[in-house]
Design a protein around this ligand. Sequence first.
Ligand code: DHB
Ligand code: FE
Length: 283
Amino acid sequence: MAHIIGSISTSHVPAIGGALARQKQQDPYWKPFFDAYGKAREWLGRERPDVVVILHNDHGLNFFLDKMPTFAVGAADAYKNADEGWGIPPLAAARGCVDLSWHIVETLVEDEFDITTCQEALIDHSVSLPLALLWPEGKDAGEWPVEIVPVCINTVLAPYPSAARCYRLGQSLRRAIESWDDDRRVLVVASGGLSHQLDGERAGFINKPFDLQFMESMVSDPTWVTRYSNDELVELTGTQGIELLMWVAARGVLDDTPVRQHHAHYHVPISNTATGLLVLEPA
Ligand code: DHB
Ligand code: FE
């Protein structure tokens, strides 16, 4: 049986890629942001995951507005990072864990999630940047020390799945990982959020009190956010703040386990975005 070591939830602003490429980690604007990842990396050094199930949203690289799956699971043996027009130099391709991918696909369908299975997929900044933040040595070496299974949740074209449904997706992912006949160590990563709005009248909108309450709820009251509809969440967190659904799904994976917060960090602003980082481990 595979072992879930815990979860890391993180924002994924494309500007991080530019800062990494220009080695701005010590720049006063960026330092508080990058420093926060040190504790997460120390924890990973001790916990040594083999496989990362990464919950993320595609931003137009694989799916555009003409075809938009609600949930899509990668089942490829490699995922190339490609240029999205943000000016971020493409990072290394990630190796896929095909065996766990198919086991997840089968379990999610058994649990009545109607997913799209992708035997070919690219990865955008929502996957490459968390990898680069958590394994900077992998970024420099051009290969990551973990295999991945990307699980994509649509937060780009409404209607989006509800927070309650994303939480249940996480519960089903847990069932899949724990019934995978393999002894590898699995980390869950959520990539997205927190409050941000990139365009329109409320461009730059950030809701710090909500973000902090949401982060706190991840530890003490994980289904707290399911009281809100997606329209309410967009109102509360901005049009792109709905990316917090990835955090909700990741928390669903740890549903049955009492969790301990190993590390939390909240920082405003990076670009237009409130950035959050949360490391949870089984208590
Ligand atoms: C920004 C944030 C995002 O989550 C994203 O996907 C693209 C851009 C930003 O703040 O610039
Ligand atoms: Fe995004």
